[in-house]
Design a protein around this ligand. Structure first.
Ligand code: NDP
Length: 443
């Protein structure tokens, strides 16, 4: 049995009942074998065994009181996975589906993603099974304050810096930052995605979506084409989906779909983004309400956006939202690029199907790395106490995404897997972390 398979099997056995973590391990570890063959030192020093085991993981009670006076209890998580190249960095997800396995899959991916950005950030992730949907602002505040009352002791600008993810946007970050400040008395960059009035960075809100489109810009350029005139299907209608749609439209593409967990809208004239922002960012409503803004749009409760013919597909909702049947529809309809805005959007089988059929595929850890990259830029601005201009930060983001594309493409080609950006991303991300671990000894 190869070294990678041995570590993979051991890690799966050691972490039973965590299917998403197993999936992330299975997607990443085998692709590292050619690099490990070339560098026997990694095996001798047990780098992989050490990498698949989180440095530490916290699970804690989050009690809070709802508007009717009833006491509620949720479960909080933070997994500090690896800090070989910088302090732990990764978002918080508030969604009823969250388990320890979800957070571990996201935290493991985050190590590679953060390394790919070229910035000094290690991997971590956290969250809760709390559902902010349908809660009042006061209830969300009560939950966030309780969550941070436990987590604050593990956070810090040079220790662990959480950020947003599904269900955690500007409102939640604000409440958590307020509580962190109250408990510690420190005004520091211990959270990113903050509001502009209290240490946030311009472009952070847009960063993951814009970064995703910058990644696709590089992929299209490698194939001798551009966004101009392309049709794009996007799933989700949250932070990543909205700003991916915005940049794709600015680049001359037509975005025809958006979705949420209840259904999807198809607007053949192109999605009216101001309407989506009004529904999602202001009213906190459902995507179905889009029909109030467009006469031609249709709403579907069943099926998926992948059935709509397109040139480019950008999954931006959640993990495993693009499975084999979706991949088959995209291939049949002539889609040329799939780039993951959400983490692990595509199952392993669907990814293989896309790649075999010549669809150029970018994995989330490369394609959605713009969010954490600008979070690291927010940390730099917080440390220096000097905010940067929008254009300056956006330009840095675009450059970072270009460099990520180049390093993934080059590593893939170096190991005889041309255009396999998934393998390239794993290898490129792993290299820097492994080198840092080697140099720092067995810790
Ligand atoms: P948001 O909470 O802003 O939006 C999530 C969107 O996805 C909503 O439209 C939501 O619909 C939909 N969605 C969530 N869960 C499900 C589900 N189980 N089934 C169907 N639809 C679902 O989150 P973000 O936009 O921030 O995050 C989206 C993805 O991007 C996630 O995978 C996240 O990990 C990833 N990501 C986010 C980054 C960021 O900076 N925010 C950075 C890097 C990656 P509904 O409202 O109905 O739940």
């Amino acid at each position: 049995m190869s070294y990678t398979n041995k570590v993979l099997e051991e890690a799966k056995n050691r972490n039973p009942n965590e299917p998403e973590f197993h999936q992330a391990l299975t997607e990443i570890i085998p692709t590292l074998q050619p690099l490990l063959d070339e560098h026997p030192k990694y095996e001798e020093e047990g780098i992989l065994e050490r990498l698949v085991e989180p440095d530490r993981q916290f699970m804690f009670k989050v009690p809070w009181v709802d508007d009717s006076g009833k006491v509620r209890v949720n479960r909080g998580y933070r997994v500090q996975f690896n800090n070989a190249i910088g302090p732990y960095k990764g978002g918080l997800r508030f969604h009823p589906s969250v388990t320890l396995g979800t957070i571990k899959f996201l935290g493991f991916e985050q190590i590679f993603k953060n390394s790919l950005t070229g910035l000094p950030i290690g991997g971590g992730k956290g969250g809760s099974d709390f559902d902010p949907k349908g809660k009042s602002n006061r209830e969300v505040m009560a939950f966030c304050q309780s969550f941070i009352s436990e987590l604050y002791r593990h956070m810090g600008a040079d220790l662990d810096i959480p950020a947003g993810d599904i269900g955690v946007g500007g409102r939640e970050i604000g409440y958590m930052y307020g509580q962190y400040k109250r408990l510690t008395g420190r005004y520091e960059g211990s959270l990113t995605g903050k509001g502009l009035a209290y240490g946030g960075s311009l472009v952070r809100k847009e960063a993951t979506g814009y970064g995703l489109v910058y990644m696709v810009e590089n992929m299209l350029s490698a194939k001798g084409t551009t966004f101009e005139g392309k049709s794009v299907v996007i799933s989700g209608s949250g932070n990543v989906a909205i700003y991916a749609a915005e940049k794709a439209q600015q680049f001359g593409a037509k975005v025809t779909t958006m979705s949420d967990s209840n259904g999807y809208v198809h607007d053949p004239d192109g999605i009216d983004l101001e309407a989506v922002k009004q529904i999602k960012e202001v009213r906190r409503g459902r995507i179905k309400e889009y029909l109030e803004y467009s006469k031609k749009a249709e709403y579907f409760e069943n099926g998926s956006v992948w059935s709509i013919p397109c040139d480019l597909a950008l999954p931006c909702a959640t993990q495993n939202e693009l499975l084999e049947d979706g991949a088959k529809m995209l291939i049949k309809n002539g889609c040329i690029v799939v780039a993951e805005g959400s983490n692990m959007s595509t199952s392993l089988k669907a990814t293989e199907l896309l790649q075999k059929n010549g669809v150029f595929f970018a994995p989330g850890k490369a394609a959605n790395a713009g969010g954490v990259a600008v979070s690291a830029l927010e940390m730099a601005q917080n440390s220096s106490r000097i905010p940067w201009l929008f254009e300056e930060t956006d330009c840095k983001l675009r450059t970072i995404m270009h460099k990520i594309y180049i390093s993934c493409a080059e590593e893939a080609e170096r190991y005889g897997m041309k255009d396999n950006l998934a393998a390239g991303a794993n290898i490129a991300g792993f290299k820097k972390v492994a080198e840092a671990m080697l140099e720092q000894g067995v810790v």
